[in-house]
Design a protein around this ligand. Sequence first.
Ligand code: ARG
Length: 404
Amino acid sequence: MSNFHKVVLAYSGGVDTSACIPYLQNEYGVKDVIAFAADLGQGDELEHIRQKALQAGASESIVIDLIEPFVSDYAFPAIKANALYEGKYPLSTALARPLIANRLVQIANDLNADAVAHGCTGKGNDQVRFDLAIASLAPELPILTPARQWSMSREELIVYGEKFGIPAPVSKKSPYSIDVNLLGRSIEAGPLEDLYQAPSEDVYQMTSSIDNSPEKAQDLEIEFQAGIPISIDGLQLDPVSLIKKVNSIAGNFGFGRIDMIENRVVGIKSREIYEAPGLMLLIKCHQELESLTLSGDVLRTKGNLERQWADLVYQGFWFSPLKKALDAFIDETQKDVNGVIKVRLYKGNLIIQGRKSSINSLYSSDISTYGSNDKFDHTSAEGFIYIWGLANRIWASVTRKKNI
Ligand code: ARG
């Protein structure tokens, strides 16, 4: 028994977080459990989720639409950072956690709660992200984590839940563990644990199979302003509509599927399947535009920092001094990332077709050209190369003398 009276729980509507409600009341002695669910575009019936928490015994149940800030304040910075964890995963699940934690802490403050809670288990990354984000936002706020304490199997959990009015999952139990939001889906467990076995089609929902994707390619033009996507084929869209539109177009062509073995924070290797069609397309286009508009040295330095940015976000350090400093660097570079990328989608592939930037292109035709209007001074290359290779030339002659 603890002496917490009022606790705000990060609630998803699933069996685990539902069971947290009676568990917090009965095992921790919490009087008021306030459930908070975030709408991140996961497509669930939110009123149903709200009711479910009340049915499980929550004294209050709050659902907040966070789709807009999720895209503008989390997905867009990730696009600016070309963020791909271990070079592959666009962080679609990871990005949601600091946003949920942020609101959780805010609600706890507003309602004068004496703790917050989440339903993550002890094996995953999400517990790390919640715990670290909450600790950075409210260092003194206690965090209760029933799912790290109870040692119930899924079956036992369902039985436990039923005792407290939490209905067992009605649909035939999916063999997968799935996390969904507007940016993508993360799927693990079940048959995916056979690493040599290709995922079956029932894993996917946002992307078509190659077989079902259109026979005819489609070209798209994406315009960026200061590193942020603003229009598709000349049509300006607000951030949320833009992501929805690219999701549906790229998903239809079967683009944005990822099958990887990743390294979790807690040291476990796991196999994850992701589908994040829109986010992957936007990152690829953004990278391409940067190659035209940023200088070589900035690109190389940014490339190193991008890896670090993705690691920080994956590992739970969204709110941290290093992440903040990296954001400042990235934002400075993005002032020059203005222009349009033309891509072709075809059978799971994204093929860059063209790029242009009327104000920031660093491509200088009269210097780069092989044509007769070439302005490059070929003779000056000689002196440049002499000095560029001088140290090497000295080394070579000294080594040669030694060897004879
Ligand atoms: N491995 C991913 C991450 O850490 C996704 C985890 C989400 N959960 C799931 N049930 N697949 O961000």
